[in-house]
Design a protein around this ligand. Sequence first.
Ligand code: GZL
Length: 321
Amino acid sequence: MKKALFVLTSVMALSAVTAFAAPKPWVVGFSQIGSESEWRTADTISVQNAFNDDPSFTLIYSDAQQKQENQIKALRTFIARKVNCIVFTALVETGYGPVLQEAAKAKIPVIMIDRDVQASDRALRLTIMGSDFVKEGEKAGTWLADYLKKQGLDDGKKAINIVELQGTTGSAPAIDRKTGFANILKQHANWQLTRSQTGNFTTSEGKAVMEAFLKADKGIQVLYAHNDGMALGAIQAIKEAGLKPGKDIIVVGVDAVKGAFEAIVAGEMNATIECSPLLGPQAVQAVTDLRDGKKLPARIWTIEGIFDATNAAAALPSRQY
Ligand code: GZL
């Protein structure tokens, strides 16, 4: 009798404990594109730390090493493992339709961070969080117009010779930063975009392309680079060509990574348009809201600034990336 009573109370105690035990952690598959820039590294760390610091999540991380086929393989693995949610950055805008269909069929929600997929596939993902890349390109053009005017370098008639280092071909930031800058370029009839080529968001390729530009054209006055990594590579090429970056050639980048602040303070770069990689906390908040049954906004924006010789030195000590 005593034994039966003991067993009964133990079973009741156990079921009471399990009834109040923490729910199973949500498994989140995070497909990152690679480690091509300081920006990307900071973004990866921000997302990994944010999820790993929250015990109600288990993060599965995959690095596609800049290959779309690796990314699609990773997404299919997440689907096969029946993760609760997928978070991913699209290397380029096209090519994800079929795998997003498979995620939808498996009823696995997809949240985009940083780079989005093409418009025709956006119904297959819940939301995108990150920067407005068109606005970043426009900010770069507007900053340049103000700077040229303040320096007395643009009389509105004499040609201004501009070259552009584009990001990864087909990626949302490369497409949209080009569009945004072009929106400002067309407001200045004397501005001439004489060369524009991809440096694939890397410092080494940015340097190599700028070397070719400098060999072909002795009259370059402005470089607009779609990220600071390429701008820093180009600065090396400008110096090796015997010219002064920041003076002989105005250098404008995007991202606001630490290297750009240091170059601005050293007078070798003129401005960087902030594009924050610190998307981890916003990503955790979005997945938490999803788990709590809340509707996610179609777009979650990051707030950004512009840094140049007037504010870079003061901001540098507090920069997180
Ligand atoms: C922009 C991001 C870009 C950065 C680059 O949000 O996708 O990719 O501007 C990075 O530095 O390579």
